[in-house]
Design a protein. Structure first.
Length: 546
């Protein structure tokens, strides 16, 4: 839950709350529940004010990890009562509400009346104050005027279209014109609606206007795609802002801003509040900002849904590209994606294992009656069907799962597929780390941002060497090798199957998407849409029609 749409808003990196009870939410990493037992063992009574405060802070912290910047007061009370309930004590609702009042007076929780829902909502101070700070920054930019020469820009667009032998649609032309003048603007649209060509046009126009352009995206893969479509250097946002591992902060900020006149941020739906605020305050006052993203994809993993809230604010110029071009509409992946968004059952072609060729790029296997059969089907696809179409099952295929756990979750599928795709052999060194076997040739994914190695969350590579003598693992990421000590292996995991969330900002030649009611909690329209649109050449959905 986030109300950035009301007055923009975001959460800032580097803002520290002065909450004396925050330590109790995660004492030395052992977690609230364990810490609560320790406190109880030390004689802290179940109804102590300290315990209630710690429970409220923990509930807000957990909500932030689930993507929420605040909670309605009633929901916060309910979650905290459930959290603190023991066999011999159940907190009263009015007691928790009183502690919220106390913490509000002390500045450890900020309460505010939501003018739309007419309900009281509760923030941790870090989120509230940085939402206000971001609102100020954005309003300041919107109030500044920009010079407009519409006839000249339209003349340029006409010449650009003629030179490329491609005509911009009315929506695309509006997007280019708005980007030419607006201090902040947004382009959103689904697959096949021409976002790529529109970005190219904006970049060429800005170059013709003599602007120094910066390009950025939340992930390395998304930055690479942005660079390929524009021909200019693109960086991850962390690299653009020059993250400093020593200070755990960015070198670029309002005191040391970026040196650009215009900035394009692609895959903006992945921006969480912390990163968005850090980015905005590092952009020079006079520079223009263009956010590009697909509003129908999953929101960011971190707290907030910045792109959606900026669009819903109604204060920024937004161009929605909705026209699906004829060439793109020939793709069943794109047609199905738009059907999903419209709440329609997608027209997926049934898979035919006996066919020599495929007539559609979006196929469906009914997946049997249970997840166990789904695992067997996916194994068969990987070992027989996919290779028969000329795809490499190691480098071309990505299984995307709604969840990590369960029979068709990424954890189990990684164990199964590792034995199928990269089985043990006398020529392959392997190591067991925790409950995972890592083997030379394995496909792995980086789970965290590692600024020392310059490897970021979601980067995928292959294990090229395991050195048991020096206790090192060498992983090939694109064009370079990165060395991990055994003690750093908690930063990676097998990546034959990954979550749909981890796939955001990436594209793969082939995607296999298992959908079973086992994962009913995560089976949302935007998850299906996001997973399906990661496929460039072929998508295979495995699961029953239900």
């Amino acid at each position: 839950m986030c109300k950035i749409y009301k007055e923009y808003g975001a959460a800032s990196i580097g803002v520290v709350t002065n909450n004396p009870y925050q330590l109790s939410t995660d004492i030395y990493g052992i977690g609230f529940i364990t810490a609560d037992k320790i406190a109880h063992g030390l004689g802290v009574p179940s109804n102590s004010e300290f315990r209630y405060k710690a429970g409220l802070t923990y509930s807000l912290t957990q909500a932030a990890e689930d993507g929420h910047c605040y909670l309605p007061k009633s929901e916060l009370v309910q979650k905290t009562v459930q959290l603190l309930r023991t066999e011999d004590h159940s907190p009263k609702t009015d007691a928790i509400e009183f502690i919220i009042h106390v913490m509000s007076n002390e500045g450890d929780i900020i309460t505010e009346l939501d003018t739309e829902t007419k309900k009281w909502i509760c923030y941790k101070p870090v989120f509230f104050h940085t939402e206000q700070n971001l609102a100020v920054l954005l309003n300041r930019r919107l109030l500044s005027l920009s010079n407009q020469d519409v006839p000249r820009v339209r003349s340029w667009i006409e010449k650009f279209s003629y030179s490329r032998k491609m005509q911009l649609s009315p929506q695309q032309q509006d997007a280019v014109e708005i980007a030419a003048y607006s201090k902040i603007s947004i382009i959103t649209g689904g697959p096949g609606t021409g976002k790529t060509f529109t970005i190219r046009a904006v970049v060429q126009l800005w170059k013709a206007m003599g602007k120094k352009i910066a390009l950025a995206a939340p992930t390395g893969r998304a930055a690479q795609r942005l660079m390929e479509m524009t021909g200019l250097e693109a960086k991850t946002i962390h690299r653009l802002l020059e993250f400093d591992p020593k200070s755990m902060g960015f070198k670029r900020d309002e005191r040391n801003p970026l040196t650009c006149d215009a900035l394009i941020v692609d895959e903006a739906s992945m921006l969480d509040l912390f990163l968005a605020y850090s980015l905005i305050k590092a952009v020079p006052e006079g520079a223009q900002i263009l956010f590009v993203g697909d509003i129908d994809q999953l929101p960011s993993v971190g707290a907030g849904q910045v792109l959606a809230d900026l669009i819903n604010s109604g204060k920024l110029p937004v161009i929605r590209l909705t026209q699906v071009f004829r060439q793109a509409s020939a793709s069943a992946i794109i047609r199905s994606a738009h059907q999903i968004n419209n709440g329609e059952f997608p027209t997926l072609d049934p898979i035919d294992f006996d066919a020599d060729t495929i007539t559609s790029d979006c196929l469906w296997h009914t997946g049997g009656q249970n997840p166990e059969q789904g695992v067997q089907i996916i194994t068969n696809l990987i070992t027989n069907f996919i290779p028969s179409l000329g795809f490499n099952p190691v480098t071309d295929v990505q299984i995307l799962c709604p969840m990590l756990r369960g029979i068709v979750g990424s954890y189990n599928l990684n164990n199964v597929l590792q034995q199928v795709i990269n089985p043990p052999g006398a020529d392959k060194t392997e190591i067991t780390w925790g409950n995972i076997i890592y083997r030379e040739g394995d496909k792995v994914i980086q789970l965290t941002n590692d600024y020392h190695r310059e490897i970021f969350n979601g980067d995928v590579g292959f294990i090229s060497c395991i050195d048991n003598e020096n206790q090192e693992v060498v992983i090939q990421f694109s064009e370079r090798e990165v060395v991990y000590d055994y003690s750093d292996l908690n930063e990676i995991n097998l990546a034959f199957a990954v979550s749909v969330h981890k796939s955001q900002g990436s594209e793969y030649p082939v995607v296999i998407l298992p959908l079973y009611t086992q994962h009913y909690m995560m089976l949302s329209r935007n998850l299906f849409y996001t997973g399906l649109t990661r496929a460039k050449r072929l998508a295979v959905v495995v699961g029953a029609s239900k």
